[in-house]
Write a protein that binds this ligand. Structure first.
Ligand code: PGA
Length: 248
């Protein structure tokens, strides 16, 4: 399976920056050995999709509502993301879980909405520092997977993806050790197989949390690491492409 390098711009990017990042990505993506995805803020999806049309770089959203349409002021549905040029959506990011109180059940409803709209979901899971110190990391992540994934998660031409992002490694410059990543990714693979049967083997498991050009090669070489979810470093095209070149 090709690795997936996904960029999560979070709440960053106006028209000028979007063009400054997407333009070089379009030119730099040819001949890469991995799949490349950028997830700009919703306001920029149309602009970025227009710049990247026909290129090797896919476009995704950072969240969607569980309903396709209706009286939900300020929300954006999976169908709308698809209509604006996205083929992917990040769901259950720890910042959504903490800023907006999203539960596993909420994430699961969004996964179903994404699948129904033809979007491939990237479901984020990960423990807090306190949970890791307490020795509960695997239990927490297993629970998040069991609660967030739906039947059919791994079906179709674009199976869903899981991103393991230890909360304490996001935006902090700290990363999990390669041994910890290997252990957690093996645990996630076993959990996916238990939950989804043989289809669980089709799910790529990304690592996320302070992935940078200088640590990408080591993290991407860890067994069961199917790519990276990149925040801060995805806002610089040269850094993001350097991470992509470290992928398989
Ligand atoms: P970071 O963010 O690379 O800036 O740590 C990763 C993420 O939150 O997806």
């Amino acid at each position: 399976m090709r690795q997936l390098i996904a960029g999560n711009w979070k709440m960053n990017g106006l028209t000028e920056q979007a063009a400054a990042i997407a333009g070089p990505l379009r030119r730099g993506a040819d001949g890469l050995g991995c799949d490349l995805l950028v997830c700009p803020p919703a306001t920029m999806i149309g602009t970025v999709a227009h710049i990247l049309v026909g290129s090797a770089v896919a476009v995704g959203g950072q969240d969607c509502h569980a309903k396709a349409s209706g009286a939900h002021t300020g929300d954006i549905s999976a169908v709308m993301l698809r209509d604006s040029g996205a083929n992917w959506v990040i769901l259950g990011h720890s910042e959504r879980r903490s800023d907006h109180g999203e539960s596993d059940a909420t994430v699961r409803a969004k996964v179903l909405a994404a699948r129904a709209a033809g979007l491939a979901p990237i479901v984020c899971v990960g423990e807090t520092e306190a949970q890791r110190v307490a020795g509960a990391a695997e239990q927490v992540v297993g629970g998040q997977l069991a609660g967030s994934l739906s039947d059919g998660f791994a079906d179709g031409a674009a199976p869903g993806v899981v991103a393991y992002e230890p909360v304490w490694a996001i935006g902090t410059g700290r990363t999990a050790t390669e041994a910890d990543v290997a252990a957690m990714h093996a645990h996630i693979r076993a959990t996916l197989t238990a939950l989804l049967g043989p289809a669980g083997a089709r799910v790529r498991i990304l690592y996320g949390g302070s992935v940078k050009p200088d640590n990408a090669a080591g993290l991407l070489a860890v067994p069961e690491v199917g790519g990276a979810l990149v925040g801060g470093a995805s806002l610089n095209a040269a850094d993001f492409l350097a991470i992509a070149r470290a992928a398989r």
